[in-house]
Every structure is written in structure tokens, then in C-alpha cells.
Design a protein around this ligand. Structure first.
Ligand SMILES: C[S@@+](CC[C@H](N)C(=O)[O-])C[C@H]1O[C@@H](n2cnc3c(N)ncnc32)[C@H](O)[C@@H]1O
Length: 231
């Protein structure tokens, strides 16, 4: 990559060049499959894929910090998994993990199937499996407004084991800290408020935001929420 990248298209072509080559020149698996497109469009157009937010860039820039949450034998929910590209990432990186990949509208990419990935085409609000160590959402939480942020968030927290973590990665502008969720434009929310609501309305539950930062790729923000062991 050249050291002076000025425009968006230069950024994309530089990222695509790295992607094609792979880190250290290794030929990569199909990391840039469909799945990043908006859930309500017919998005198999490669122009919709943001090369900054893929399992490849996640692996390079984010994994070294987040891997501490993914203990061996973790029971992981990849909520709104799209084609399952992050489920595949976790199945390769987390020892003896059991990964539940669910999506209400998309199918698991057949070449991503693994013994430890259990896919179901299910709306989260109808999904019955519980007791997850980690609930992971990459570009998904902002879409849950369709089902109500407050009710969806309370179900996410209820489906988590005590001691478990929710990892929400969304556009950095979606999470607000001052305004209440109900007053915000569609797709925007206030996770601090949603945590307070969960703490007030769910029995024996205490959740807390433990990490919050804009990713080094500048597009997205990661928020990690912990459900405490014992209230
Ligand atoms: C922008 S895509 C992200 C896909 C995937 N996480 C990734 O990064 O490749 C959002 C996904 O969430 C799914 N989705 C949205 N609301 C959902 C819900 N309530 N239950 C299950 N899946 C949902 C959509 O079908 C879509 O595939």
C-alpha cells in the first residue's frame, strides 16, 4: 500500500489489493463474500461491500483485543450472521467453540459450513436457544429497531449467561450517549440507556459497558457489554 492514500476510491483499491494478496502474501479464502449488504435490499452488488469491515480487517485490527472474550468451548451467537463469514472466522479461531449462526433473511454460504457452526434461518425474536457466552453482532444491532430496540436488547441480555459478553459493532454514529433511544432517528440508539433499562426491568441482572472505541478502520465502533456473574 502506498503511504499517501487521499480519496475513498484509493482507500478501497488499496484495501482490495491487500485483500487479493493477503497478509504476508498468503492467498486468502473467500473473505469478501456477500453478507455486508443492507438486509432490506437485494445486495449482491460488490460495490456494496465495504472492504474496511470484513473478517480480514477484523482479524488484522480487532482480534488481538477482542480474543480475550472468546474462551475455548465458548457458546457463541452470531446474531444476523449474513452469509456466516464471521461464524467461519470464529470457528477457525476459537478452540472447541460452538457457534450458533442465525439470520432471518439470508442463508449460510455453503462453503462456510463447519461441524461447529449451527445455522438457522430464524428471526432472533423467535429464537429459543439461550445461555450464550458471547452474543456477537456485526452491523446488525441498528436493524433491530424493526423489532424495538428495548425489547430486543432485553432479550439479548436475557439470552446471555451470567458472566457473558455482548459485542456490538455498528457504524460509529449509531450509538448516542445523551439522547434517549425513542427520540433518535431510525437505526440510532443509546446503549447506556438500554443497559439502564435492562438493569431496572430484568430480574437479577446487572450489565455494564466495559469497552467502547472506534475501530482503527475508522468506520465502525465496537461496544462490549458484560453481564455480571451475580447481582
Ligand atoms: C448488514 S448485515 C450484516 C451481516 C453479517 N453480520 C456480516 O457482517 O457479514 C445485517 C444482517 O442482519 C440480519 N438481521 C436483521 N434483523 C434480524 C433479526 N431480527 N433476526 C435475525 N437476523 C436479522 C439481516 O438479514 C442481515 O443479514
Amino acid at each position: 500500500m502506498t503511504d499517501k492514500i487521499k480519496t475513498w476510491s484509493e482507500n478501497i483499491s488499496a484495501a482490495a489489493a491487500i485483500a487479493a494478496r493477503g497478509p504476508n502474501g498468503i492467498k486468502l479464502k473467500k473473505d469478501f463474500g456477500v453478507g455486508l449488504e443492507r438486509y432490506d435490499t437485494d445486495g449482491h452488488d460488490p460495490a456494496n461491500i465495504d472492504y474496511r469491515n470484513t473478517p480480514l480487517t477484523f482479524g488484522i485490527y480487532m482480534w488481538s483485543n477482542l480474543r480475550k472474550y472468546f474462551l475455548p468451548k465458548s457458546k457463541i451467537l452470531d446474531l444476523g450472521c449474513g452469509n456466516g463469514r464471521f461464524s467461519l472466522f470464529f470457528s477457525e479461531k476459537v478452540e472447541a467453540a460452538k457457534i450458533y449462526a442465525i439470520d432471518g433473511f439470508r442463508e449460510l454460504e455453503p462453503s462456510y459450513k463447519q461441524d461447529n457452526i449451527i445455522f438457522s434461518k430464524t428471526i432472533f425474536q423467535d429464537f429459543k436457544e439461550k445461555n450464550f457466552d458471547i452474543i456477537f453482532m456485526h452491523g446488525v444491532f441498528y436493524t433491530l429497531e424493526n423489532y424495538g430496540f428495548k425489547e430486543s436488547f432485553k432479550k439479548i441480555i436475557s439470552d446471555l449467561k451470567p458472566g457473558g459478553f455482548v459485542i456490538i459493532i455498528d457504524n460509529k454514529f449509531n450509538n448516542h450517549i445523551h439522547e434517549p433511544t425513542d427520540t433518535l432517528i431510525p437505526g440510532h440508539y443509546n446503549l447506556t440507556e438500554l443497559c439502564n433499562i435492562a438493569n431496572t426491568e430484568l430480574d437479577n441482572t446487572e450489565v455494564e459497558i466495559i469497552e467502547e472505541y472506534v475501530q482503527p478502520t475508522y468506520q465502525l465502533k465496537t461496544v462490549v457489554i458484560k453481564k455480571k456473574e451475580n447481582k
